[in-house]
Design a protein around this ligand. Sequence first.
Ligand code: ASP
Length: 334
Amino acid sequence: MLDRRKFLRLSAISSAAALVGRSFAAHRSPFATPAANGTPIVISTWDFGKEANAAAWEILKANGSALDAVEAGARVPEADPTNQSVGLGGRPDRDGHVTLDACIMDALGRCGSVAALEHVVHAVSVARMVMERTPHVMLAGEGALQFALENGFAKENLLTEQSRAEWQEWLKTEKYEPVRNIENALPGGAPNHDTIGILALDAAGDLGGACTTSGMAYKLHGRVGDSPIIGAGLFVDNEVGAATSTGVGEEVMRIVGSHTVVELMRQGHSPEEACRAAVERIVRRDAAAAKAVQVGFLALGRDGSYGAYALQDGFTFAVKSGATEQIIPVKHHF
Ligand code: ASP
């Protein structure tokens, strides 16, 4: 019988960084056709997506895979201690734990995910390793940490002094409840968001996507959002397109948002129209609840078309393709 533990450890690497830049050429999708104008493209949620896109672009411009590109892009905010919504420096849960949610999906529909992962900066790379080195899609909590440590990821303290101080302040002033994840909701107007969702189309016409976050600030311990849920926070279908989400994960999960966006694109909607229809579905379910929260969807078609739509004002996304580099404000429902 196959030694399961050995199987899960196979090809253990000494450094998570070794994942970046690995060639994926042997795993091209049967659906791949060269991108419409031959130029790859990467798009990411929020303005911090700009730096992520730059890292992804280094890979795309060298004819690297969309999968490598989105992983490299997602690792940028994960490693930034000043970004308090992703990876290192993320705001903790109600009990002071920084817990990360992340997932990744490729052109073949392969996917991996981690939920409520503590102590590991690059949750997206652990998610990729779940995808590539296990028979599973998702690992959670202690098991995800154990898997990461067994596979060469370092155990680190993710709670920075700044995030700790703000959390302690919140404990004094707030009701002991998780904060709903709306724009500028934290004391002092500090923004309480957000996930990076990153989608890319490579020169070979393959799509890839990744999503990584520390989730809702001061959430209940154990709360998992949409970001590691394939179909909710991220979905990639190489025949159609890819979508990702940001904002209150509970609302996104209720409509399996990213999958909904991709299916609407399959029916002929443009990326923006599909994102809008998904947002409107959230509004139809409970308009009063929808008014109080932010959700944004971002989508990329397999022809390189892209678009986004949000519940509220304030959502932006970053685009990089060739010499084009833009931060685009997103249309919104309310
Ligand atoms: N969607 C993430 C979550 O609900 C967080 C965010 O995008 O702000 O965990």
